[in-house]
Ligand binder design. Structure first.
Ligand code: ZN
Length: 176
């Protein structure tokens, strides 16, 4: 008799351990010292290339994958790089390369990163810091469960321990 184990398909809550490295083999992100990443499969909670690679996998499976930029955080858009006068910043003297600011744009709040500072101007970059990069993932599937109808409704997983990771929900979300 063949028992079918639970695989990763849409509307299941998936937990993974992963290490993310770039092409220079630098570790960008890892769950090694934290809880696994938990997400709702099929709802674009994670980058498309990784979600696709996880489709059909079962608990305990381990794999590595290289994801091109267009299936990760997209190609860089040089139109999102701007030079703004230094005096537009509230605390101009504190502005340093690597700082991030929230900017109100027509499409909503945008995060920009400072990439250059001169005596009079600041260069800001609205691209995601990982845009244009090939991302290498080393992944282990640590958990698969069915999502509740509320989770499917909200498009993200809920946590037994409370609502802390649920910041896109209102208070009703986790019954608090
Ligand atoms: Zn929710």
């Amino acid at each position: 008799m063949i028992l079918s184990s639970m695989n990763i398909v849409k509307n299941r809550v998936i937990s993974i351990d992963y290490t993310l490295t770039n092409m220079q083999n630098q570790v960008i992100d890892s769950t090694a010292d934290s809880d696994p990443l938990t997400y709702l499969h099929g709802h674009a909670n994670i980058i498309p290339g990784l979600e696709q690679a996880l489709e059909g996998k079962s608990e305990g499976e381990h794999f590595t994958i290289s994801i091109p930029a267009e299936e990760a955080y997209g190609e860089r858009d040089e139109g999102l790089v701007m030079e703004v006068p230094l005096d537009r910043f509230e605390d101009a003297e504190a502005v340093e390369v690597g700082m991030q600011f929230e900017v109100q744009s027509p499409g909503g709040i945008q995060i920009v990163t400072v990439t250059n500072v001169t005596g009079t101007h600041v260069t800001i970059d609205g691209n995601h810091p990982l845009a244009g990069q090939v991302l290498n993932f080393d992944v282990t599937v640590t958990g698969i469960r069915k999502a509740s109808s509320e989770e499917i409704d909200h498009g993200h997983p809920h946590h037994a321990e409370g609502c802390e990771d649920c910041d896109t929900c209102d208070d009703a979300c986790c019954g608090s």
